[in-house]
Ligand binder design. Structure first.
Ligand code: UD2
Length: 328
């Protein structure tokens, strides 16, 4: 049997797009998801596909028992996470349990189970307020939240566990991901999902602060492609530095577009995508702990993975708005 790729959090927003990309590459996929935020509908496309197996379970649980009989696994893509910065501040120990402890346990299990590669969803949050924008991977990491600190600590754990246990580890520092299947209703929703849902409902968009703060907004399909490249790199003539000899340098790879978009600019683009009026914007006080600017350098991803983002913001917004329209 074709060795599988395990995708934790595979029923989630980024996870389900990752399953699609891996299936398109001919991979057998095993999804592990506890369905706390993931949705079965996100996987409905593969109902009856024998190459996609879905296991319900928590990554903090006995993963070896949960996945018995589903291997062998060529690689693990670890996306199951506590994804909210705000929640990590309110409940740092819970964040630590999921984002660091479960990640470390999963990596140890994966190595023992014979997986050759472990791809981890890290975050731009490891940088805190970047010294320079666009921020390069070699810049200092000074996370401002337990979320960012746990992601950075997980990178460090993977960086030493990989060579110790003969498994290649790749940490992808995801910037602001948006696209279809991102939940617009949660209080922790990303700005794009929130803006699109409000614009479609004819409600004003609320900008926190003056709206001059910037983010690097990357379409989820591009992120799923980067993840798939990280799984395949090296096995298909991709150049992945000296990954066969040890962990890649630097410890994480930025996954962004390199384009800095101000929140005011995004609001205007969302209104264009939904055909609503520009004056429907209100301003509210800036959020606490907000960073001013964020954008990725993209050369490391290009060199190590052969990855560059392709979907322009207007096109990504159009696709996301179309998906929201289908949801009714
Ligand atoms: C993102 C990630 C977070 C972490 C962090 C790293 C999301 C949802 N969150 O947080 O997980 O990786 O980056 O730095 O991707 N905004 C408004 N109005 C709204 C909602 C948001 O003005 O209704 C602004 C917000 O103040 C911020 C920007 O939009 O300046 C982006 O906010 P966000 O919550 O989408 O993401 P961010 O960058 O805080």
């Amino acid at each position: 049997m074709n060795d599988a790729v395990l995708v934790t959090g595979g029923a989630g927003f980024i996870g389900s797009h990752t399953v699609a990309t891996l299936r398109a590459a001919g991979r057998r996929v095993v999804v592990l998801d506890d369905f706390s935020t993931g949705r079965r509908e996100n996987l409905s496309e593969w109902t009856g596909d024998p190459q996609v197996e879905v296991v319900e379970g928590d990554v903090r649980g006995e993963v070896g028992l949960l996945l018995a009989g589903h291997g062998p696994f060529a690689a693990v893509v670890h996306l199951a996470a506590q994804t909210s910065v705000v929640r990590s501040i309110a409940a740092p120990i819970d964040d630590l349990d999921v984002n660091l402890r479960a990640t470390t346990r999963l990596a140890l299990w994966a190595a023992a189970a014979g997986a050759r590669r472990f791809v981890f969803a890290s975050s731009a949050a490891v940088y805190g307020e970047p010294c320079r924008v666009p921020v390069a991977e070699s810049e200092p990491t000074t996370p401002l939240s337990p979320y960012g600190a746990a992601k950075r600590a997980a990178e460090l754990y993977l960086g030493c566990l990989g060579p110790l246990h003969g498994m290649q580890t790749v940490c992808l520092r995801l910037f602001n991901v948006y696209g279809p299947r991102q939940d617009p209703k949660s209080p922790y929703s990303g700005v794009v999902a929130t803006f699109l849902a409000r614009a479609r409902a004819g409600e004003p968009l609320t900008i926190f602060g003056d709206g001059e703060q910037t983010r690097d907004l990357i379409y989820v399909g591009d992120v799923a492609r980067a993840i798939c490249l990280a799984v395949e790199a090296g096995s298909k003539e991709h150049v992945l530095g000296d990954m066969t000899a040890g962990p890649p340098e630097p410890a994480g790879i930025n996954i962004g577009t390199g384009r800095e978009v101000a929140v005011v600019e995004l609001a205007a683009a969302v209104q264009r995508a939904c055909g609503v009026k520009a004056e429907a914007i209100t301003f509210a006080p800036a959020r606490a702990g907000e960073i001013a600017r964020s954008a990725a350098t993209t050369d490391t991803a290009a060199e190590m993975l052969g990855f560059r983002a392709e979907v322009e913001l207007d096109e990504g917004l159009r696709r996301t708005a179309a998906w929201l329209a289908e949801q009714g």
